[in-house]
Write a protein that binds this ligand. Structure first.
Ligand code: HH2
Length: 291
């Protein structure tokens, strides 16, 4: 790919298509789409805030996601929706640690969705097999915390921070800039000792992006897939789907399923979703057609 608008050029990787990802004691099969079920242990997440805030409710929902076919349970204790105020690592850990520990002890592949180094370290010790960081391991000590483990890592792109990121997102070329950022973060992670078999990348839909930016990224997802790492995609129930359909966050299941299918067709390896069963059924149809 040629250099464009001053952004660092994206360089397509020489790797063959990645078929598995190493997540501590788990091997994630990527020869078919993997599903990451969302478990928000928060009072204020944009679509399911408060529903799974109590530990028992969180555990029950985590088990339900697994029964419905989630390969990964992504546990989060801080809403990163646009405008959300940050949560202290202490409060975040109080919310997520018992949930991470219990679900990991049950043998599930648990991911911790956090941008805080202290939360990463504690959850990895408690059995988390993946760190999902919307901040791309840019916090102090985050790269080392993950390098000291054998867990997988999702490096996500975000412009700005959740409090202000949707006020004025701005790019010269969103696809090239997001791709260059992800390639650079992957290099940093590898330099820190996190092997490529443990990495996946995420363009971060809705994180400092207008609807037009999100659409450009979705249309050109194959360019990001060409970086050579599995792509994790989270479109589920997001406001960009509301902008297209006029539906509120509690009525975006159909649009979310459409988004998951479109992402899969453009190279997504892992789909981060709230609605497991609906997504799984749609992917079964896609798999049958593509056989
Ligand atoms: N989106 C959200 C949170 N974490 N992680 C990755 N890798 N990719 C995403 O797109 C992503 C993410 C936001 O969604 P949700 O968890 O449902 O809401 P909230 O942040 O309000 O808890």
């Amino acid at each position: 790919m040629s250099e464009h608008n001053g952004a660092t050029p994206l360089v397509a990787s020489q790797h063959a298509a990645v078929r598995t990802m190493q997540c501590a004691g788990h091997r994630l099969d990527l020869s078919r789409p993997a599903l990451m079920g969302i478990l928000n242990v928060t009072p204020d997440s944009f679509s399911d805030g408060g529903l799974h805030f109590a530990i028992d409710a969180a555990l029950a929902h985590g088990r339900r996601l697994a029964e419905e076919g989630a390969d990964i349970i992504d546990v989060g204790g801080e809403s990163t929706r646009p405008g959300a105020a940050p949560v202290s690592p202490e409060e975040e850990l109080r919310r997520v640690l018992p949930v991470v520990r219990a679900l990991a002890e049950e043998g599930l592949l648990v991911s911790i969705d956090t941008r805080h180094t202290a939360t990463m370290r504690a959850c990895l010790k408690a059995g988390a097999a993946m760190v999902n960081d919307v901040n791309g391991l840019r916090a102090e000590g985050a790269l080392a915390a993950c390098a000291d483990s054998d867990a997988a890592v999702c490096l996500m792109h975000m412009q700005g921070d959740p409090l202000t990121m949707q006020q004025a997102p701005s790019y010269t070329d969103v696809v090239l800039e997001v791709g260059a950022f992800l390639a650079a973060r992957a290099e940093q992670a590898r330099a820190a000792g996190i092997g490529p078999e443990r990495l996946c990348l995420d363009p971060g839909f809705g994180f400092g992006k207008t609807v037009a930016h999100n659409l450009a990224l979705l249309r050109q997802l194959p360019l990001l897939a060409a970086l050579g790492y599995p792509l994790l995609i989270g479109l589920s129930r997001k406001s960009l789907l509301g902008a297209m359909t006029g539906k509120g966050a509690d009525d975006r299941v159909h649009a979310s399923v459409a988004g998951a299918l479109l992402a899969r067709q453009r190279g997504a390896a892992i789909l981060r979703v709230h609605d497991l069963a609906a997504t799984r059924n749609a992917l079964a149809v896609l798999a049958a057609v593509e056989k």
